[in-house]
Design a protein around this ligand. Structure first.
Ligand SMILES: [Zn+2]
Length: 124
C-alpha cells in the first residue's frame, strides 16, 4: 500500500522547510516522509524519522518531529541558512523564490548563519 500524506501536511512541511531555508534541498520524497510523520504526529502517534540528511533533520526539528540519525549522533545544533551568490556576494533570504542570483544569474549557494543549541530530546 502506498500511503500519501494529505495535502495540508505537505503544505505545512513546505512552510516549515521555508522557515529553515532547506526547501531547495529536499526532494519530493523527503517532503512526503516529513508530511507523513507530521500527519501521524497530529493523530497522536509518535513518529521517528530516521535519516542522516541534515536538511530533513532541520525541518523535522522545526516541526518538533523526533528524528534519529542513522549514525550514532544526530545534529546537536540547528543551523539557519542564508542564501548567497558566490559571484557577486549578494545575500538572499531563505525564502527567496529563485535558485539563481537576480543580479548576475549565478546559481545561489547557502551557508549557515546561526547555530542554535538544541535542547536534549526527551521522550514526552
Ligand atoms: Zn550574483
Amino acid at each position: 500500500m502506498v500511503v500519501t500524506p494529505k495535502r495540508i501536511f505537505m503544505d505545512k512541511v513546505k512552510a516549515a522547510a521555508k522557515v529553515v531555508g532547506d526547501k531547495f534541498f529536499l526532494s519530493d520524497a523527503d517532503l512526503q516522509v516529513l508530511a507523513l510523520a507530521l500527519e501521524l504526529k497530529t493523530k497522536g502517534y509518535s513518529p521517528l524519522v530516521a535519516t542522516d540528511d541534515y536538511s530533513i533533520q532541520n525541518v523535522a526539528n522545526q516541526m518538533k518531529i523526533k528524528f534519529a540519525s542513522l549514525a550514532t549522533f544526530g545534529i546537536r545544533f540547528r543551523l539557519e541558512w542564508v542564501r548567497y551568490c558566490p559571484a557577486c556576494h549578494r545575500r538572499y533570504p531563505p525564502d527567496y523564490k529563485f535558485e539563481t542570483c537576480e543580479v548576475c544569474g549565478t546559481r545561489l549557494k547557502r551557508k549557515p548563519v546561526r547555530k542554535r543549541l538544541l535542547k536534549t530530546n526527551k521522550e514526552n
